[in-house]
Every structure is written in structure tokens, then in C-alpha cells.
Design a protein around this ligand. Structure first.
Ligand code: GCO
Length: 431
């Protein structure tokens, strides 16, 4: 039995996001979207984490975690333009204090898919004004939290956010327009850069400089039909746009998509201190004639999925741990520490959830053995939570939540993950 020991001080924890767990996020665009009946289920009280966070952090400690990723809700901090809610700011100061008291390293996300409704009513991410508004919000948070937080994620999954909200129309404002998506991309890049400088420039950070990144969803893209050259073409272009272009813009100050556009964005150059990586599995891309919109689509794995797909989650997503090893290894060229900010799954059978998590931690160990500079792993998610347009059906938590009673019950997968966290090691070939 070969045991792999992770680096000293490796961060082990779980991740959540404000709108998905806190409850009653009434000033956000997602709350308005839900009240307008645009989703099957409303978030409502969610996991009542806004009030129960200490109980939940005690659970994380009991499970051997030494870090915790969560998001701060901009719509609570600034529920109306320029109307700063000091009570909400104090709440998040208390949240970070509660984490520190429990020796849980805070990893703070500043934008996790939700935006204040008042700003969306002024055009939101389509309005260049949002860059200044985001910087102002980050400055307020930085002043309040200061160097009690070392790890900051400005934007969670920018490309997933763009695709979900501006191409697929599955989140507010529900647009399906490539031109709008490109405009939003520019504003997200500028907002990240403005947030980076707001954090690094904050007087409250002078004792311990912040480490700032995005949480980049990095699926491994494969062609749906190996025999069809156009699938290979659109898969390669999707990889360039979805996985590389945004990260390259934050390294080089240039956003390039072959045959689409090249933007010089010098303000964004060198604005990554580490790379946050979210990974779930492969995505299979097929070319489609483009009467309008994007000339590619994901294979619908529920129907005709490629022969390469041997295992799928309860949501029909591909399971392929070797692709995690490849994803972590291929980003080593940036020369930045890598923090796994999300990895996890929804399986109706918890034994399969643990099998997924175990094999992906083993795959991460293989990447580290090959030199990938991985500094930590956050399992998605600590709690079952609101899965956006899919509501409360999918359960990603290592802790089960009974939404009727708000009772938490640690799953066997949570206890098994705790064993890895406590030992900071894993058997490489254990079943
Ligand atoms: C995302 C978000 C999370 C999801 C998780 C499971 O990637 O969509 O970061 O909010 O809940 O990834 O889909």
C-alpha cells in the first residue's frame, strides 16, 4: 500500500457560496430572478447558514478541516447604491473571526454568481460602471477584514458565469447573446484587476500581503466525435476561450481568441498571485452549424455520450480522475501556486460520492508527484445547498441538510474525507 503524504501546511477544507447556503439574500439579482419565477425552486432560507455559520464551522473542525472557502455577498454589503450596510459587514468580520478562532484558514470569494439587483437594473456586468462599483465594494471589505484573510478569490468561475447568465440564459439577466458575453468578459477582467489592486493597496493589508486569484473552472475538453475534424476544431477553440484566454489576460494583459478578437488590457497584467482551480470532469464538445450563436455545444451526456465516458454522476456529468491530474499538471507552466477551490460531486449513493472524492484526491497526489505546485483542496461542498437553476435536488454536501428542520448529518463520505485531512495523506491505490 503506497501512502502519499501531502506537503506540510497543505490546506484541507470545503467550499460554499453565500447565495447557496446563507438564506434570504433578498437584495441580489438571483433572488429577484427566483421571485420572477425563472427557476423551478427559490433559494428561500437555503441552509440558514447566515445564522448557523458557527455550528457549521464546528462541523468542519470536527471533520479535520484546516481551511474553509466561502463567499461574501455584495448585495448584503451594498443593498442599494452607496448605502453601505455596516451590520452585514460586521457579520462577515464575525464569520472570519469564527474561522480564525477554529484555526480554519479563510478563503474568501467576493463574487460568486450573484450581483446586487440595484446594479443589475443599471445594466450590471454590461455597464462599465460596474468595474468602479466592484472596486469600491472590495475596498470596503478589505478595510473591514484586512489581513485576517490571506486568500482572496475576486470572481468565481468567470466563464461559467458568462455562459450561464449571458449565453445560455439560465441566470439573471437571462441573455443569450455572444456580443453581450464579450462585453461582460472585458468588464470581468477589469473588475478582477481593480479588485486585485484594491486588496494589495489596502492599508489594512500591510502586515501580510493578500494572495489574490480567480476560481477558474478548468474542465478537460474532448471532442464528442473523435472521427469528425470539426469537433476537434471547436473543442480546441472552446479550450482556448474557456480555459486559457481569461487566465492569460490576467498574466499577460492580453485577451486573445483566434479569429474572434485580441484585446490589450495592460491593467490586468500580472494580477494573479495563485490560481484557484475548480474541477469536476471532462466536457465533450461537438460542432454545430451556427445559424446564430456559438458554433459548438456540449454533448448531451444523458443521451449520446462518447464511448470514452465510462462513469457518470447522478447529474450525468463525466467522471474521469486522470483528467484532474492532467488539468493540474498543465497549469504548472504559470509558475503559480495552485489551490483547488472546488472539486466534488452529487451522487445519490454516498459510497459513490466518496469514491469520486477519494479518486480525485489520489489524482491530485499524482499531479503533485509530477511537480504540480498544489497548496490545498476544497471539497464542493460542506453542505447540501441551492444548486442554482436546478434548485435543491442535487446534493453536493459531505454533510446532509434536512431543509425542513435544518438538521445537519455528516455523511460517511465526510468522515472518510476527514481521515485524509487529519492524516494529510492518502493511500494511492486504496479502493
Ligand atoms: C459552479 C459553482 C458552484 C456549483 C458547483 C456544483 O461551479 O457552478 O462554483 O456554485 O454549485 O460547481 O455545480
Amino acid at each position: 500500500m503506497t501512502e502519499f503524504s501531502f506537503p506540510k501546511n497543505f490546506l484541507w477544507g470545503a467550499a460554499t457560496s453565500a447565495h447557496q447556503v446563507e438564506g434570504n439574500n433578498v437584495h441580489s439579482d438571483w433572488w429577484a430572478w427566483e421571485q420572477a419565477g425563472r427557476v423551478q425552486e427559490r433559494s428561500g432560507l437555503a441552509c440558514d447558514h447566515y445564522r448557523r455559520y458557527k455550528e457549521d464551522f464546528d462541523l468542519a473542525v470536527s471533520l479535520g478541516h484546516n481551511a474553509h472557502r466561502f463567499s461574501i455577498e455584495w448585495a448584503r454589503i451594498e443593498p442599494a447604491e452607496g448605502a453601505w450596510n455596516d451590520e452585514a459587514l460586521t457579520h462577515y468580520v464575525d464569520v472570519v473571526r469564527a474561522l480564525r478562532e477554529r484555526h480554519l484558514e479563510p478563503i474568501v470569494t467576493l463574487h460568486h454568481f450573484t450581483t446586487p439587483q440595484w446594479l443589475v437594473e443599471q445594466g450590471g456586468w454590461l455597464n462599465p460602471k460596474i468595474v468602479h462599483c466592484f472596486a469600491r465594494y472590495v475596498e470596503r471589505v478589505a478595510a473591514a477584514l484586512g489581513d485576517s484573510v490571506r486568500y482572496w478569490i475576486t470572481i468565481n468561475e468567470p466563464l461559467v458565469y458568462i455562459r450561464m447568465h449571458f449565453i445560455d440564459g439560465l441566470g439573471p439577466p437571462g441573455l443569450k447573446n455572444l456580443k453581450d458575453a464579450l462585453q461582460v468578459t472585458r468588464h470581468l477582467i477589469y473588475a478582477h484587476a481593480a479588485g486585485y489592486y484594491a486588496l494589495h493597496g489596502a492599508p489594512s493589508m500591510r502586515h501580510a500581503p493578500p494572495r489574490v486569484s480567480i476560481a477558474q473552472h478548468l474542465p478537460e475538453f474532448w471532442p464528442c466525435r473523435r472521427w469528425w475534424p470539426m469537433d476537434h476544431w471547436i473543442t480546441s477553440l472552446t479550450d482556448q476561450i474557456f480555459n486559457h484566454a481569461f487566465v492569460d489576460a490576467l498574466r499577460d494583459g492580453r485577451w486573445t481568441v483566434p479569429g474572434v478578437a485580441t484585446w490589450e488590457l495592460p491593467e490586468a497584467r500580472q494580477t494573479l498571485d495563485f490560481l484557484g482551480v475548480n474541477f469536476y470532469g471532462r466536457q465533450f464538445i461537438r460542432w454545430k452549424p451556427m445559424p446564430q450563436g456559438w458554433p459548438g455545444s456540449s454533448c448531451d451526456l444523458a443521451h449520446h455520450y462518447p464511448r470514452e465516458v465510462k462513469e457518470r454522476t447522478s447529474l450525468g456529468w463525466d467522471v474521469h480522475p486522470p483528467s484532474f491530474t492532467h488539468a493540474l499538471s498543465r497549469w504548472g507552466h504559470l509558475g503559480l501556486p495552485i489551490l483547488v477551490t472546488e472539486n466534488g460531486t452529487y451522487m445519490t449513493d454516498d459510497a459513490r460520492r466518496w469514491s469520486y472524492i477519494r479518486r480525485h484526491i489520489q489524482a491530485m497526489a499524482q499531479a503533485i508527484r509530477r511537480g504540480a505546485p498544489v497548496i490545498g483542496y476544497c471539497c464542493w461542498s460542506l453542505l447540501d445547498n441551492f444548486e442554482w437553476a436546478q434548485g435543491y435536488g442535487p446534493r453536493f454536501g459531505i454533510v446532509n441538510v434536512d431543509y425542513a428542520t435544518q438538521r445537519r448529518t455528516v455523511r460517511e463520505s465526510g468522515h472518510r474525507y476527514a481521515d485524509v485531512c487529519r492524516r494529510n495523506a492518502i493511500e494511492l491505490n486504496s479502493a
